[in-house]
Write a protein that binds this ligand. Structure first.
Ligand code: ADP
Ligand code: MG
Length: 412
């Protein structure tokens, strides 16, 4: 199955049955993980937590520029079954990676061969700064595709923080969870990711998008009409240079801020502080690459606000238009798209019943999303997946994503 587009028909047409199907499959995953935990550690876990993956509707590469983002959690989650073992040793098993490893908290020690363990180490280290953290057994299971721009890393690390903090009775404020998660990715994993992914993993609500002001961390929800559904195309491609290019974009934005502060002769701490009019006045007097990057960030942040308003007005046509504008800007101004993402968006945009499509997540491969007429979701998923495959992109698949909710304790 790996070499062909998979259309996973996970739900039947009846809305009631869809909900039942969804819950049943998630229940199976939870049960299976608890069973696995028992097999690995010889007793039941003390706690089971979970956090969702996400799609981002509009607002890409804006969070680390102090702008707005508008993500939505999906019904694919990462589960952490955990139990106290005492002592200094931590043991972790990842079902998806089929790997088990043990470690102690030693600040500054990066695990090269078990990269995935750095997230857990980071969580335990930062939490142990607040209160002593003793050894824990972990079993991790997930339905979020990994490394595909759907934020498996934030789902994973947020579910770990929720488990470890509760096992040690460390009372975190809600807002501390995404902040810790971001620090873990930045300081312990080496990815300069922004606040969006852990934020939505913590705060998302089913059937809602969440508008986050990445500077103030204020947020508000907006319902998503039941007239529409989301298709996700996992391209299966991750460019080798993704991390380097991502960090390069962040750096370019920082350089742009310094340049713009000088030219505008005032204090600017992020691209959020610059208006589109101000930027446009400098078009012929600013480095073209930095201009294009800034243009993307400033317009994209505005688009996130406009998309929020369009959802409030239930104007799906306008949401779709903004999604496409976002994609074109990411492709041409920010230069983070890929042939696979562009092909999916082009195919989707040409299909009847589609409101809009764009890449989602940081880019350089990863995933694209498509907002479609809910009545036609099944046929469009099949049609678009087939056309995508016919273009020669063999490695990807399409699925229908439902909205999901933020992190939770499944049982204690
Ligand atoms: P994304 O967040 O878009 O999925 P990232 O590269 O940020 O992509 O994160 C993927 C990494 O997160 C994986 O390489 C792995 O280290 C870690 N990870 C995510 N899910 C799991 C899991 N279920 N088990 C172990 N590690 C995981
Ligand atoms: Mg990630």
């Amino acid at each position: 199955m790996r070499n062909q587009i998979r259309y996973k028909k996970r739900f039947t047409k009846q809305p009631r049955e869809k909900a039942v199907d969804e819950i049943a499959s998630e229940q199976d995953i939870r049960k299976e993980l608890v069973k696995l935990y028992r097999e690995e550690f010889g007793k039941s876990p003390d706690i089971l937590t979970s956090a969702p993956g996400r799609i981002n509707l509009v607002g890409e590469h804006t969070d680390y520029n102090g702008g707005y983002v508008l993500p939505i959690a999906i019904d694919r989650r990462t589960y952490t079954a955990a139990g106290r073992r005492g002592g200094e040793l931590f043991i972790a098993y990842s079902k998806e990676l089929s790997k088990k490893t043990s470690f102690e908290i030693q600040p500054g020690k990066f695990e090269h061969s078990n990269f995935w363990v750095n997230y857990i180490k980071g969580a335990c280290t930062l939490l142990s700064d607040m209160s002593p953290v003793k050894g824990v057994n972990f079993a991790i299971g997930s339905t979020v595709p990994r490394g595909s721009g759907l934020s498996s890393s934030a789902a994973y690390v947020v579910s770990i923080i929720e488990a470890v903090s509760r096992l040690h009775d460390i009372k975190l404020k809600d807002i501390e969870v995404p902040i810790l998660a971001q620090r873990i990715e930045n300081e312990f994993v080496g990815v300069q990711s922004g606040i969006m992914d852990p934020f939505v993993a913590k705060f998302a609500r089913e059937n809602n998008a969440i508008l986050v002001d990445a500077r103030s961390l204020e947020y508000k929800y907006v319902p998503i009409s039941d007239r529409c559904s989301f298709l996700v195309c996992v391209t299966g491609v991750k460019r080798a240079l993704a991390t380097t290019e991502y960090n390069k974009r962040r750096q370019q934005c920082q350089i742009a801020v310094v340049g713009l502060a000088e030219k505008l002769n005032r204090n600017i701490t992020s691209l959020r502080d610059v208006t589109l009019e101000e930027l446009k006045c400098l078009k012929n007097d600013f480095d073209p690459t930095l201009y294009a990057r800034s243009l993307h960030v400033i317009t994209e942040s505005q688009r996130a606000l406009q998309t929020f308003a369009a959802l409030e007005n239930d104007d799906l046509e306008f949401v779709g238009k903004l999604m496409l504008e976002s994609h074109l800007s990411l492709r041409s101004n920010y230069e983070v798209s890929s042939p696979e993402l562009d092909a999916f968006v082009e195919i989707a945009e040409q299909s009847e019943g589609v409101y809009g499509a764009r890449m989602t997540g940081a880019g350089f491969g990863g995933s694209a999303i498509c907002l479609v007429d809910a009545d036609r979701e099944d046929e469009l998923a099949i049609e678009i997946a087939a056309k995508y495959k016919a273009r020669g992109f063999e490695g990807g698949y399409v699925f229908i994503a439902r909205t999901g909710s933020g992190s939770k304790v499944e049982h204690a």
